[in-house]
Design a protein around this ligand. Structure first.
Ligand code: HEC
Length: 203
């Protein structure tokens, strides 16, 4: 009886230890990691404005001879826009420490029209972030819930009926639409570090 009692207690103890371990490992995933809906779509990242802002560019467009350029990306040249890019904080910390992007890395690109007129007519020159017209996201994940084995996935959350709005979820594009170009020309592991002063090494 005594023996059974202590075996039971030992069992209960290891069970609670396991529970603590499981809870800890679940909690150990940083809160800025990507989350997905049941069908494997990515949920729109929240509060990314509080992440690390890595850089901004205006009106970048491609050389038509770049093999991986798509008709969608060529259209960029028609209307120069601001791209403001953020990275999730935990992956930024890891990148600075280890010089590589860990699983869970999420980069958000907010797109703004380039405006040069303000409502009060105060501006004489220059261009600022005008209306919000898009939100695209890149995620590194070796266990993608949509079943693809490609490490990096690319998503567009821009609402096609109203570009000022952001969709709640988005499915990843096929690799040929986005990943191929990023993979071939992004400076570090699919990311355009060459254009982001906060990530690139000092010259
Ligand atoms: C022909 C090359 C090319 C293709 C194709 C392409 N991109 Fe990009 N992408 C770029 C370049 C260059 C940048 C960096 C500068 C910028 O545009 O802000 C970039 C940056 C990004 C970023 C910011 C983070 C990062 O990885 O540097 C996201 C998010 C993104 N693209 C999403 C997409 C999506 C979604 C698609 C497919 C629908 C796509 N891209 C297709 C060239 C490409």
């Amino acid at each position: 009886m005594v023996y059974l009692g202590s075996a039971f207690r030992l069992c209960a103890l290891s069970l609670s230890l396991m529970l603590v371990f499981v809870t800890y490992s679940v909690r150990a995933e940083p809160s800025d990691f990507p989350t997905y809906s049941a069908d494997g779509s990515l949920r729109a990242p929240r509060e990314f404005e509080q992440w690390i802002f890595v850089g901004s560019n205006l009106g970048l467009s491609y050389n038509e001879s770049v093999a991986t350029v798509t008709p969608r990306e060529l259209k960029r040249a028609e209307t120069p826009r601001f791209h403001n890019v953020y990275i999730n904080r935990s992956s930024y910390d890891s990148f600075i420490k280890n010089k590589g992007f860990p699983n869970g890395t999420t980069l958000v690109m907010e797109v703004f029209e380039a405006s040069d007129r303000d409502a009060k007519g105060l501006l004489g020159a220059g261009t600022f972030n005008g209306p919000h017209v898009g939100l695209e996201v890149a995620v590194k994940n070796s266990m993608r819930p949509d079943g693809s084995m490609t490490l990096w996935a690319y998503y567009d959350f821009t609402d096609p009926t109203n570009p000022a709005k952001t969709l709640n979820t988005a499915k990843a594009f096929p690799d040929a639409a986005c990943e191929d170009c990023h993979h071939l020309h992004g400076q570090v592991d699919n990311v355009w570090v060459q254009f982001y002063p906060v990530l690139r090494s000092p010259e």
